[in-house]
Design a protein around this ligand. Structure first.
Ligand code: BGC
Ligand code: CA
Length: 338
C-alpha cells in the first residue's frame, strides 16, 4: 500500500485509499483557564467537523504548560521531534515567542500563536508564523459601552448620586495584552462621554475566579457599599466578585458587574440578573481559524487566500456585547453542536 502523504502515520479509508493525517500540537499556557479550556473543547469538536468536511484525519495533541515557559518549550520540542505538521502555541510568556519561532523555522513547521499575542516584530520574523486572537481594544470599548447603556437607562447605578461612578477594577495577568488594553479602554469609553469615574481600587487577580473573589471581599470590607461598578478584565474574576457580594450578602442593590469572555457561567449570571453584561470573546471563531489555517498549511496552500478574516499573518475574531436582552441567543450559540 502506498502512502502518499506525509512521512508519519498512514491510514486507509474503506476503499483502501490513503487518508492524509494532519498532526496538530497545541501547547496551552495552563489548561485550567476557563477560556482556554473552552477554546480547546471547541478545537476538539470542530476538528471532527473538519475531518468530515476534508476527509483528512486530524490528530490533536493538547498539552498543559502549567504556567511554566520551560515546560512549554519542552512540549514544543517534543512536537518538533515528532514531526507535527503544525504547532499552535498559547505562550506562557508572550515576550519570548522568538525562541519558539526560531525552533519552528529551523524545523520548517509552521506555528500558530493564539490568545497571548507576541509582539509584531516576532511574528514578522517568519512568514509561516501566525496569530489568532482578538482586538483587545474593541473588548474594552464594548465593556465601557455596556456601562454607558445601563447608566442611561438606570441613573440609580450612581447610588450616592454624586454624579461620579465609583468603581473597582479586577485585572488579568499584568503581562497579558488583554489586561492593560481592556483596563484602559473600558474606562476611557465611559469618561469620553463626560461621565466621571472615580477609581476606588484596582489589582490583578490573574484571570482567576477565586482570586477575584478574595480581592472583592477585601474591597467590600474597605469600601462597603461605596462601590457602584465592578469592571473585570474577564468573566471568571467578575464571577469571583459576585461570589464575594453573595458571601457578604451585598448582591441586592450592590454594584453592577461586567466581564469579558461570555463563558457559559457568565451567561447564566447575566440571565439571572447577577451580572450586568459581558463581551463575547468568541472561542469558536478562534478555534475554527486555527484549524482552517492548520489544514490549509498541511495542503501546502497559503491561508491568506482561503481562511476567513485572515489579514496578513493575523486573524482577529470580532467581539459582541451580551446583556440580558440577547443572552438567550448567545447561550444558543455556545451550545450549538453543528
Ligand atoms: C481571556 C481570559 C483568559 C486569558 C488567558 C483572555 O483573552 O479573556 O479569560 O484567562 O485570555 O490567556
Ligand atoms: Ca457615585
Amino acid at each position: 500500500m502506498a502512502c502518499l502523504f506525509g512521512a508519519t502515520a498512514c491510514h486507509v479509508d474503506g476503499n483502501s485509499h490513503p487518508i492524509q493525517t494532519v498532526k496538530i500540537g497545541v501547547a496551552t499556557y495552563r489548561s485550567d483557564d476557563t477560556f482556554i479550556a473552552a477554546l480547546c473543547d471547541d478545537l476538539e469538536r470542530l476538528s471532527k467537523d473538519k475531518e468530515a468536511e476534508t476527509g483528512k484525519k486530524i490528530i490533536l495533541n493538547i498539552t498543559d504548560g502549567k504556567n511554566s515557559q520551560s515546560n512549554q518549550n519542552d512540549q514544543v520540542d517534543n512536537f518538533i521531534s515528532q514531526s507535527y505538521d503544525v504547532i499552535c502555541v498559547n505562550m506562557v510568556d508572550r515576550t519570548v515567542a522568538a525562541v519558539i519561532i526560531d525552533k519552528a523555522k529551523r524545523a520548517d513547521i509552521p506555528v500558530i500563536f493564539f490568545n497571548r499575542e507576541p509582539v509584531e516584530e516576532d511574528i514578522r520574523m517568519w512568514n509561516r508564523a501566525y496569530y489568532v486572537g482578538t482586538d483587545a481594544k474593541e473588548s474594552g470599548i464594548m465593556q465601557g459601552q455596556i456601562i454607558l447603556d445601563a447608566v442611561q437607562k438606570n441613573p440609580e447605578i450612581d447610588k450616592n448620586g454624586d454624579g461620579k461612578l465609583q468603581y473597582v477594577m479586577l485585572e488579568g495577568e499584568q503581562a497579558h495584552q488583554d489586561s492593560l488594553i481592556r483596563t484602559e479602554y473600558s474606562v476611557k469609553t465611559i469618561t469620553a462621554t463626560g461621565i466621571q469615574m472615580e477609581k476606588l481600587a484596582n489589582d490583578t487577580a490573574n484571570w482567576q475566579r477565586s482570586l477575584g473573589s478574595a480581592k472583592m471581599l477585601a474591597w467590600l470590607d474597605q469600601f462597603g457599599d461605596e462601590i457602584e461598578v465592578v469592571l473585570s478584565n474577564n468573566d471568571d474574576m467578575a464571577l469571583g466578585a459576585i461570589d464575594a457580594l453573595k458571601e457578604r450578602d451585598m448582591l441586592e442593590n450592590g454594584p453592577v458587574v461586567v466581564g469579558v469572555d461570555g463563558t457559559m457561567s457568565a451567561l447564566e449570571a447575566i440571565q439571572n440578573g447577577e451580572m450586568l453584561g459581558s463581551v463575547v470573546n468568541d472561542a469558536q471563531i478562534q478555534a475554527q481559524a486555527m484549524l482552517d489555517i492548520a489544514c490549509t498549511l498541511a495542503d501546502g496552500e497559503d491561508p491568506q487566500a482561503t481562511v476567513q478574516r485572515m489579514n496578513g499573518q493575523y486573524v482577529r475574531a470580532p467581539h459582541r456585547i451580551v446583556t440580558q436582552e440577547n443572552v438567550q441567543e448567545e447561550m444558543d450559540y455556545l451550545t450549538q453542536t453543528e
